[in-house]
Write a protein that binds this ligand. Structure first.
Ligand code: IMP
Ligand code: MG
Length: 436
């Protein structure tokens, strides 16, 4: 059955913002279909095509390449944001070819109120969520009171569901969180039923469609959002997102057998960043962080927040590899390290004098972890070097950069196949099997 599993999965190996959007865009060109399977518009994927920047939060990045783009059941879907994104692409003369699974959970206006109200109630212990209502929407799925895309497109079902949820959450928000609704039930119904009517044409059973694509030997690309360290179970709980940004989630977020996952690409930023609260063992202090943050333009795509920055962390990546089963690595933003005299990689941690190779399971242990660093000589990757790299490829990469990358590869025992050294698609090197 040649071609039966021509599937590629792109996964964030750190705290999100590793540069998945750019890689997905490169891979999308050669794919027949691009699928999102978890998260919602808390994600922010920046793609630069011919110097033009596209920022997507909800739509699969493949839409920019005009590919069949699917949103699987594992996604929390905000139809208000979907409309904005589709309309803004239309202005750029891009028509989406979109399919949405009827089982997708819908983000309602009260989910935003709860997201904000709960963060405020947590005070200094807040998670630093994107406030997009994604977590409260998933919570409703587990509570079995969620509104699905299938309800959104049917006025009667929508009205019944809104009726229960509106009064239930009005009570919760006013009495528990001290938050008033600034929308009436009728307004929510009018807005959402109009969106349902508009998007009905996109309804498709994504599980069936993706399986059909694969059976026919077509190339399917699965686009992960966020990163492994934000996994709801395995990340730095409670400072995590509300979905599972790991490879296994593609199976339940689409409706697909694990046997159909073939290539699993880890997107690894050449250093580490994090937005929001939570432990970060290799984090740099404020003065040291400034250089990397500015060089790497490390400000959130979704919320504009300054990202926290730190050195590359191997215990973190070892765990990511264990959870995801990476078949190859794509290293991104290598150019950002250019000009730093001394580079560090945390090879392991010490916790109470004991050497630890694997990322600990709980924050109280992570807080005690002291990184054991390996030092590397810095390299320079200026515009002239990048030009040479574009023309000549990997062989002309500075040997000091090769040493830095070789260490990562050896430690994780996973080959690096892609190196990104700038925001544009042309700033991408392939080693071994070409991806872009
Ligand atoms: P939520 O996903 O909005 O609930 O936010 C929970 C945590 O995940 C916060 O620390 C966010 O900053 C973080 N987060 C959510 N989505 C992303 C992303 O796409 N990139 C990086 N961090 C994210
Ligand atoms: Mg992002």
């Amino acid at each position: 059955m040649k071609g039966f599993m021509d599937s590629t999965l792109v996964i964030g190996s750190q705290f999100g913002d590793e540069g998945k959007g750019k890689l997905v865009d490169c891979l999308a060109e050669k794919s027949d279909c691009v699928v999102r399977f978890q998260g919602g518009n808390n994600a922010g994927h920046t793609v630069v095509v011919d110097g033009k920047e596209f920022k997507l939060h909800l739509l699969p990045s493949g839409t920019i390449r005009k590919k069949r783009s699917l949103i699987g059941t594992g996604v929390s879907l905000d139809p208000r944001v979907l409309k904005q994104e589709i309309d803004s692409l239309k202005e750029k003369k891009i028509e989406v070819n979109l399919g949405i699974d009827p089982r997708c959970q819908i983000i309602m206006p009260w989910h935003n109120v709860i997201d904000i109200g709960k963060e405020e109630a947590l005070k200094e212990k807040n998670i630093g969520t994107t406030r997009r209502g994604v977590g409260p929407c998933y919570a409703d799925r587990a509570s079995r009171i969620g509104i699905r895309f299938d309800d959104l497109v049917d006025e009667k079902r929508l009205s019944e569901k809104i009726n229960f949820n509106y009064s239930y959450y009005k009570n919760v928000c006013e009495k528990v969180l001290g938050k008033e609704f600034d929308f009436t039930e009728e307004e929510v119904f009018q807005q959402y039923s109009a969106l349902g009517k508009e998007f009905k044409k996109h309804l498709t059973d994504v599980s069936i469609e993706v399986n059909d694509f694969l059976v026919k030997g077509k190339k399917v690309l699965f686009e992960g959002a966020q990163g492994t360290m934000l996994d709801n179970d395995f990340g730095t709980y409670p400072f995590v997102t509300s979905s599972h940004p790991i490879s296994g989630a593609a199976t339940i977020g689409i409706g697909l057998s694990p046997q159909k996952l073939k290539r699993i690409i880890a997107v690894v930023k050449a250093y580490t960043t994090r937005v929001g609260s939570g432990p970060f063992p290799t984090e740099l202090n404020e003065t040291e962080a400034d250089f990397l943050r500015n060089a790497g333009n490390e400000f959130g795509t979704t919320t504009g927040r300054a990202r926290r920055v730190g050195w590359l962390d191997l215990p973190m990546l070892r765990m990511a590899n264990r959870l995801n089963g990476f078949t190859e690595l794509a290293i991104t933003k290598l150019d950002v390290l250019s000009g730093i005299k001394k580079l560090l990689i945390a090879e392991s941690y010490s916790i109470e004098g004991k050497k630890i190779l694997e990322f600990p399971y709980a924050n109280h242990l992570i807080e005690k972890a002291k990184p054991n660093y390996i030092e590397f000589k810095g390299f320079v990757l200026e515009e002239k070097d990048r030009k040479e790299l574009r023309e000549e490829g990997y062989s002309v990469l500075d040997p000091k950069a090769k040493k830095y990358l070789g260490f990562i590869e050896k430690q994780l025992k996973v080959p690096i196949k892609t190196i990104s050294f700038g925001p544009d698609r042309i700033d991408t090197l392939t080693k071994g099997k070409s991806v872009c």
